[in-house]
Design a binder for this molecule. Structure first.
Ligand SMILES: C[S@@+](CC[C@H](N)C(=O)[O-])C[C@H]1O[C@@H](n2cnc3c(N)ncnc32)[C@H](O)[C@@H]1O
Length: 395
């Protein structure tokens, strides 16, 4: 297969803004100067509109918001319209908006992309129209709800769990499957980090394309990850060319998970990975090839997740319902990793040779149809020698 590269979103620039967001003002300022203040302001508004728009605030009328980012002596203004159909924005000024937010650009970068919640609002100015009417106490105007959502979006990251987000973005990771509880359990401690997340399989079932063949459909889970991990760069790969679905913080590449050379090209684009989710073909052979190729590229402390392990028992996917621990099925392969986890305890008399992943897997977690493999140095040392000796027979 020919690979088509050149995703339209410049992941490098947004990655620089995200990592600067956790630093001091001077470092944020340096990145703003090099990326360009206008582009950085645009990234912030795009992100705010994205998080804010799910679901749209239920309003009977349009609410106009002005976001103004101070930068030195100048300001960069965006006009944001919130109406029942959703949120749209354009770089523009507006007279008498319903809500006006003014904030130093560096501080806004820290609020939207920095670690931690609600720590970057000290210099923010918020103006609301309609406060001077006594009726505002009885029936708060729609602008109030819009402003509340805006501030939650900027500072509190709204705190939605994955089950909620799966519903909002249409991911089948909850509903058809019940994976979100397990994802939440393993991913929550990583949520605030500037991660690189790669999902194999972009999805987008379509009746007209007879399966996943429509290049304009899919990306539901990628959008869920983007919302859940506010500082992550999210990548998706698919055997169908779905690159047109790329957007800020989501880059989609065209690659076949069963081809190690193509996966190598993918990692050249993504750099080291923190999380890999295999939700692609679910054919055992492909699952094992992808793991062998991509797991070494996962950083220590990262996770490699394999979904839909039920296919390991189905011959149509290269699985087997008679032999459970053969090395050619996904579950058989994973079971062998459990032995590798204990390689230090295996007696010298055994003829088992050191496995490729023995020293690099710290933990394996299995749930119904899904497994999480934790990357990390597995070198605790074996049990004491006297305990490992075969016991002496008493006379
Ligand atoms: C179950 S869907 C993915 C759903 C998606 N991860 C989600 O949660 O919304 C499987 C996807 O894997 C893709 N796929 C199938 N074989 C593949 C392969 N060999 N390499 C990469 N992607 C593949 C299909 O085109 C399809 O889009």
């Amino acid at each position: 297969m020919i690979l088509f590269w050149g995703a339209p979103v410049v992941a490098d620039d947004i990655a620089r803004v995200i990592s600067a967001a956790g630093c001091r003002d001077e470092e944020i300022a340096a990145v703003i100067d090099s990326v360009g203040p206008g582009r950085v302001a645009g990234m912030l508004v795009d992100e705010i509109a994205y998080r804010w728009d799910r679901p749209p605030v239920e309003l009977g009328e349009e609410v106009v918001v002005q976001l103004c980012f101070r930068h030195g002596a100048s300001g960069i203004s965006y006009l944001v319209r919130v109406d029942p159909a959703g949120v749209t924005y354009e770089p523009n000024d507006v007279e008498k908006p319903h809500v006006r937010v003014e904030q130093d650009l560096r501080e806004a970068v820290r609020a939207v992309f920095g670690p931690g919640d609600g720590r970057a609002a000290a210099g923010r100015r918020l103006e609301l129209r309609g406060l001077d009417s006594p009726l505002a106490f009885v029936r708060p105007p729609p602008a109030f709800r819009v402003a509340q959502r805006l501030l939650a979006t900027m500072d509190d990251r709204d705190g939605f769990g994955l089950t909620e987000l799966a519903g909002r973005y249409g991911s089948d990771k909850w509903g058809i499957h019940r994976y979100t509880q397990h994802y939440q359990h393993h991913f929550e401690p990583l949520r605030d980090r500037p991660l690189t997340v790669l999902e194999i399989g972009v999805g987008g079932l379509s009746v007209s394309a007879n399966g996943y063949g429509d290049p304009t459909k899919g990306g539901e889970s990628l959008r869920m990850w983007k919302h859940y991990f506010p500082r992550a760069l999210v990548y998706g790969i698919d055997i169908v060319d779905k690159r047109a679905l790329s957007e800020q913080r989501i880059t989609i590449l065209h690659a076949d998970q069963s081809n190690p050379a193509e996966l190598d090209e993918v990692v050249k684009e993504t750099g080291p990975l923190d999380i890999v989710i295999d939700d692609g073909s679910h054919r055992s052979e492909h699952v094992i090839t992808s793991f062998r190729t991509l797991f070494p590229r996962v950083r220590d402390g990262g996770l490699y997740v394999i979904e839909d392990l039920q296919t390991s028992y189905w011959p149509r996917f290269g699985g087997n319902s008679d032999v459970f621990d053969g090395p050619s099925t996904s579950v058989g392969f994973l079971k062998a990793l459990v032995d590798g986890l204990h390689y230090e305890e295996i007696l010298d008399s055994s003829d088992r040779v050191l496995g490729d992943f023995d020293r690099a897997i710290k933990g394996l977690h299995f749930y119904h149809n899904i497994a999480f493999v934790e990357k990390g140095l597995n070198a605790e040392g074996g049990g004491p020698t006297w305990l490992r000796q075969p016991s002496r027979r008493r006379r």
